[in-house]
Each structure stands twice: as structure tokens, then as C-alpha cells.
Ligand binder design. Sequence first.
Ligand SMILES: [Zn+2]
Length: 155
Amino acid sequence: MSAADSPAAASCGICGLIERIRGSSFADFIAELEHHYVILGDAQFYRGYCALLFKRHVMELHRLAPEIARSAFDEVLAVARAIDAAVHPIRLNYENLGNQEPHLHWHIFPRSADDPMRLAPVWMRPEAERKVTLDDRERRALIESLRAELARILR
Ligand SMILES: [Zn+2]
């Protein structure tokens, strides 16, 4: 079944991303889990930032069956542990918003001690500063490291 089968999903940016992941045309793909696709996020000022995209076009976490929500949250924790192991942040920030893209997804941002805006939410940093792209070699190495840590944690 396509992620974009419902009319609401047809214009959804996250369903569009999922279609690209399934078509193997998304370079920042990290892993496929039972409930989510995991990708390296586009704001690598926060090096190691990942997003989890729920595989179905669901709008709200609380509308999932409780056992599905718990199982999906276990995947959020696993990705958090993988980021922690790969980049050693001082802490992680978790975001489940859906204001711009009303398709269930999580952002996990590693925060570092040398960030002058470390007390502020990540979104306070101007988009042009946030949306840093790593050079290709570093990006690939980081994806491999996150993928390996995630596999180790889920083993
Ligand atoms: Zn969607």
C-alpha cells in the first residue's frame, strides 16, 4: 500500500519523501523500522539530527492504538540511543509537531555545549544557519555510523 493512498496524503510532503525513500532516490535514508523510516535531517548544524517518518499518513500520535504508539515510541528511543552513541551530544531534543506537515513524525536534535543558542529551541536559529549540509564524505560516514549504532541497539 502506498503511504499516499488517502486524498489528504496526496499533497503531503512527508508522504512524498516516503515515496522517494521507497523508490531508493533519497540520499539521506538511514533505516527502515517496523513503523518508521529514519532519515538524516536537513539541519546538520545539529550534526546527527535525525527524523523518523511514520510509514502511514497518520496525523496524531494519540489517535494510534496504544500498543502501536508504544511500539513506535520504542523506535524513537532506539534512534535517540543511536544518535547519542554516534555523536555524543550533551543532550537530545525531541520534537513531535506536525504544524507544517500534519503527518506523524519525530525530530531528534543533538545539542552541543559550544552552541551559543543552546538554551533556545532549535527553531530559534535562523533556517539559513540551521540547514547546513555536510560534505558528501562526512554525510556518508555519519549515516553509516548511525545505521550501525541503530542495528546494534535493535539487535
Ligand atoms: Zn503523509
